[in-house]
Unconditional design. Structure first.
Length: 203
C-alpha cells in the first residue's frame, strides 16, 4: 500500500515522521540529563498542537514552519547544542563558536506566523495588532526561555547546567539568542504578509 502526502494529511504525516525521529534520537543521547531538560519544551509544543488540531487547524505552511523548530531542537537535545556536528558551517563562515543553537532560536520566531494566522482567522483583532502581538509574543517567549535556562543552570549546576545554558563562553549569549528569536519572528511575519493572503487560510 502506497501512502502519499497530501494537503489534507500533511500534519498527520509530519507528526508520524517526528515520532519516529524523536524515538531514534532518544537512544543514547550525549547526556540523558540534558536530553530530558531539552525535550520537555519540544514535547509540550508537539502535544499542544496535536491536542488542539481538531479545534483549530493551522495552514500547512504554519505547521511546516513550526515543525522546523521541533526537529531542530530534538537534534540539539541529542547531541547537546554546543556539540552538534555543525563545524562545516562554522568553518564556512569563519565562526568561532557553534551556532547551531542560534539557528534554533531563529526558528522559534517562526511561531509568529502561526500566531498571526490564528488571530486573523479567528477574527480576534485587525492585521496591525495581530502582527505586533505575534512579534511581542515571540519576544516574551524568548525572554522567558532565557530566564528558565538560567534558573536550570543554577539549580542543576555542573556540566548538565552549562550544556543547557549553552553560552559557550559568550557573556552576551542570552541577548544574542533573544535577538535571533526576534529576527526569526520578523522573517516569518514578512513571509506571512507576502504569501499569507494565499497561504494564510487552511490548508
Amino acid at each position: 500500500m502506497r501512502i502519499s502526502v497530501t494537503q489534507d494529511n500533511f500534519p498527520l504525516m509530519l507528526s508520524l515522521v517526528f515520532i519516529v525521529f524523536f524515538a531514534l534520537l532518544g537512544i543514547a543521547p550525549a547526556s540523558r540529563a540534558v536530553w530530558i531538560a531539552e525535550v520537555v519544551p519540544v514535547l509540550f509544543v508537539f502535544l499542544l498542537l496535536a491536542c488542539t488540531y481538531k479545534v483549530f487547524r493551522f495552514s500547512n505552511v504554519a505547521y511546516g514552519l513550526m515543525a522546523f523548530w521541533i526537529f531542530w531542537h530534538t537534534i540539539g537535545a541529542h547531541f547537546t547544542f554546543s556539540e552538534v556536528p555543525f563545524g562545516f558551517v562554522s568553518d564556512l563562515f569563519g565562526f568561532e563558536r557553534n551556532h547551531f543553537d542560534r539557528v534554533g532560536h531563529f526558528s522559534v520566531g517562526f511561531y509568529a506566523y502561526a500566531m498571526c494566522e490564528l488571530l486573523l482567522r479567528r477574527k480576534l483583532t485587525g492585521p496591525i495588532i495581530a502582527t505586533l502581538f505575534s512579534l511581542f509574543f515571540i519576544m516574551s517567549i524568548a525572554a522567558a526561555y532565557e530566564i528558565i535556562e538560567w534558573w536550570y543552570a543554577v539549580a542543576e549546576g555542573g556540566e548538565a547546567g552549562l550544556a543547557v545554558l549553552g553560552s559557550q563562553g559568550d557573556i552576551w549569549d542570552a541577548q544574542k539568542d533573544m535577538l535571533a528569536d526576534t529576527l526569526g519572528a520578523l522573517f516569518s511575519l514578512a513571509l506571512f504578509w507576502i504569501m499569507g493572503r494565499r497561504w494564510g487560510s487552511r490548508p
